[in-house]
Design a protein around this ligand. Structure first.
Ligand code: KG4
Ligand code: ZN
Length: 336
């Protein structure tokens, strides 16, 4: 079954053609990073306009690269939400128009299910049930993923997502966007124990997260020590500051992922979403999962950040379970 996937929930315009949920025939992404960089974050109105500009060429490129004719597609899959509504509507409208014109089924995909599905693009095929850490700019949560394709929420952030904390601190530091990428780059080779930032842990067995205290602590530290214009925050180098902040985020993500697996008696952990592209998080998860005798599933970095391959893959799973639904051209986007 060959599915065209379309993803426009945030600042990446993406399309992909995937056979049977696994065989990637093409995957194209137009990044809007240069558009939003000057603002230190995604500007929703600009994102919608850029999606409009990119959507048709990106879909055409994905089809060309795959050498599959649009007439030979079995279905068209699209992210329905959550995300920026104006951005989602561009992908959704394009998908609806194609589905209608080509008389193909339309499969709506929840963006989070898409991220979770990326776990199945890891080198090692995950064995369900497993724990999935979904960690992105909009979400930080732990799920139990079962063989019937269902996922059960085990715990989520009470406030900011981890990626949001990376983005906000990077913005205050003025080091670029996306913040996680900028902080990881600075942190490479620096001292993660130079500054101690608070870790929110809650009760002993809690699987919830909180990153707003850490974000505020980092912001206050910067304010108290003066602007980081000279490549330093007070007496600390920008590199050590970045490494210490990153370590505080990673510590909590790793600790709770391992805890979730142990509490639920599951043998495997997957990490997906933009922050799962972080090298320090990947290394620490690998170390600690090995120490606890847990299997670790990490998708390639390109399938951690937003992409359309994961959307086509998730749609294939949905189709396998429940087949086509007739009312799909009535679909609307949802933000939350
Ligand atoms: O999954 P994603 O592309 O979009 C959302 O669904 O949110 O995730 C974007 C988030 C941003 O907050 C970005 O700063 C973060 O993922 N991110 C990273 C890295 N690459 C992207 N965070 C830490 N380290 C990275 N290498
Ligand atoms: Zn995402």
């Amino acid at each position: 079954m060959v599915i065209l996937g379309i993803e426009t929930s945030c600042d990446e315009t993406a399309a992909a053609v995937v056979r049977d949920g696994k065989d990637i025939l093409s995957g194209v992404i137009a990044s809007q990073v240069p558009v939003h960089s000057p603002y230190g974050g995604v500007v929703p109105e600009l994102a919608s306009r850029k999606h409009l500009e990119y959507i048709i060429p990106i879909i055409e490129k994905a089809l060309d690269d795959s050498s599959v004719s649009r007439h030979d597609l079995d279905a068209i899959a699209v992210t329905q939400g959550p995300g920026l509504v104006g951005a989602l509507l561009v992908g959704l409208s394009a998908a609806k128009a194609m589905a209608y014109a080509l008389r193909k089924p339309l499969i709506p995909v929840n963006h989070l299910h898409g991220h979770i599905q990326a776990a199945f693009l890891s080198e090692d095929m995950p064995q369900e049930p497993f724990v999935c850490l979904v960690v992105s700019g909009g979400h930080t949560a732990l799920y139990r993923v079962d063989a019937d394709g269902s996922s059960q929420l085990l715990g989520a952030t009470r406030d900011d997502a981890a990626g949001e904390a990376f983005d906000k601190v990077a913005k205050i530091l003025g080091i670029g966007y996306p913040g996680g990428v900028a902080i990881e780059r600075l942190a490479a080779g620096a001292n993660p124990r130079a500054i101690y930032f608070p870790r929110s842990r809650f009760e002993k067995d809690s699987l919830e997260f909180s990153f707003s205290g850490l974000k505020t602590a980092a912001a206050n530290f910067i304010r108290a020590h003066g602007a980081p214009a000279s490549g330093a925050v007070g007496t600390f180098s920008l590199e050590d500051f970045a490494a210490s902040f990153q370590e505080a985020v990673v510590d909590v993500l790793v600790e709770k992922s391992i805890r979730a697996a142990k509490q639920c008696g599951l043998a495997g952990i997957a990490a997906v979403g933009g922050v799962a592209a972080n090298g320090r998080l990947r290394d620490r998860l690998a170390q600690e999962a090995a120490a606890e005798n847990l299997r670790l599933y990490l998708p390639p970095v390109r399938f951690c950040t937003d992409n359309a391959v994961m959307i086509a893959a998730a749609a294939y799973r949905t189709w396998q379970r429940s087949g086509p639904r007739p009312e799909m051209l009535e679909l609307d986007a949802f933000s939350r």
